[in-house]
Design a protein around this ligand. Structure first.
Ligand code: CP
Length: 395
């Protein structure tokens, strides 16, 4: 079986923990692994900008003794001449043992996996998912907090387009954690993530207005979405309206900050500015954040004040550094050099249906509809695009 990583649901909880265990073995001496993949070649196909993901993958492959070919500038790739993604992937796949793909369209990695005979790793597909960032995030949580289970994590910022939060939210809930989603106004978690989280047994979602963080969040009532086990949630209001909610002394184990993903906004929204306060010294004194680690997938563009970098809770540069050992572990697995515990598959069964199509203009199946037939599945009776997971519409 080809070992792709398209969505975080491709790896069970046991497999994720196995990868982190392997990364723990690798981390103390990165130089001692250089014989593992001699003779292997990785294709690094980045059709959208990146610093950390591309360079940490390339570092990981080279630390393992493998070599890398890179296409990191879309203007010098044949995509600029109009080549379809499927054709590009077929070519790269025929040259290498493993392809790492970043692409601006949602569902691009799923599509690539259809054409590739060798493993495809999703390094970020539009506003959809970024599962290897989640490996890095979970690994950082384990390093900083000692566990990935039963944590309380605040997601903060652009939750609509920040694909890292989509993969992370899925993983956190699978590990029994609680999520407090505080979104920039109008940039809430997308429906495809909410629908997926809502199917986890025992979990429910509650819209609330946080009432006791005015010092930090500079508003008396801050809208948030709590995603948690039903028994840990405040009672719902009869009409479904947001309920007033005190976080109280509840510990936030981590706050995960994201930037405004301006590159995905419609031109009319491009001038959008930060409305939630930036993370600065005020967060240092709020009781909820006393032991909070601050994570950010980076790049940051103003959401975290630079002076915060000196605080021991600022873990985002440590987080980026952990991207190398965890991606070394992932590459070893993908190329069949490491095995992982199986565990129960977290991917729900989604039977295919016909008579629907995707209308999401950010989806690869819509952008390349001339060469890709629509593929629609159902989750809980909701028809959704196989590639980008958004709701499909009747033909
Ligand atoms: N975290 C992350 O994806 O960063 P890059 O865009 O620099 O790869």
């Amino acid at each position: 079986v080809k070992r792709d990583l398209i969505t975080i649901h491709d790896l069970s909880n046991r497999a994720l923990e196995g990868l982190m265990d392997l990364a723990d073995e690798i981390r103390p001496n990165l130089r001692s692994w250089r014989s593992e993949l001699q003779g292997f070649l990785m294709g690094s196909l980045f059709l959208e900008p990146s610093t950390r993901t591309r360079l940490s993958f390339e570092t990981a492959m080279m630390r393992l003794g493998g070599k890398v070919i890179t296409s990191a500038d879309v203007s010098t790739s044949s995509a600029a001449k109009g080549e379809s993604l499927g054709d590009t992937v077929r070519i790269v796949d025929s040259y290498v043992d493993l392809t790492v793909l970043r692409h601006p369209a949602a569902g691009a990695a799923r599509l690539a996996s259809r054409y590739a005979h060798r493993p495809i790793i999703n390094a970020g597909d539009g506003g959809h998912e970024h599962p290897t960032q989640t490996l890095c995030d979970l690994y950082t949580l384990r390093a900083e907090k000692g566990r990935v289970r039963q944590l309380t994590v605040m997601l903060y910022g652009d939750l609509l387009y920040a694909r890292t939060t989509h993969s992370l939210a899925r993983a956190l809930v699978r590990f029994g954690s609680s999520i407090v989603a505080v979104a920039q106004p109008g940039l809430d978690l997308p429906d495809f993530v909410i629908e997926d989280l809502a199917r986890i047994p025992g979990y429910a979602l509650r819209h609330v207005l946080i009432t006791d963080m005015a010092d930090v969040l500079q508003r008396d009532r801050v809208p948030a979405l709590l995603i948690d086990r039903e028994e840990r949630l405040p009672p719902a209001s009869p009409d479904g309206a947001p309920v007033l909610h005190h976080l109280g002394a509840a510990t936030i184990d981590a706050i995960y900050v994201t930037r405004l993903q301006r590159e995905r906004y419609a031109p009319v929204d491009a001038a959008r500015t930060l409305e939630l306060p930036i993370l600065d010294h005020r967060f240092l004194i709020a009781p909820q954040f006393r032991d909070t680690v601050v994570l950010h997938p980076l790049p940051r563009v103003g959401e975290i004040a630079p002076e915060f970098d000196r605080d021991p809770r600022a873990a985002y540069f440590r987080q980026a550094a952990l991207g190398v050992p965890i991606r070394m572990a992932l590459i070893l697995w993908a190329l069949g050099k490491a095995s992982l515990p199986q565990g129960e598959s977290p991917a729900p069964e989604e039977p295919a249906v016909t008579g629907f199509r995707c209308l999401n203009p950010a989806c690869i199946s819509v952008q390349e509809s001339a060469v890709i037939p629509p593929e629609v599945t159902t989750l809980g009776g909701i028809p959704r695009c196989l590639f980008c997971e958004t709701r499909a519409e009747p033909l």
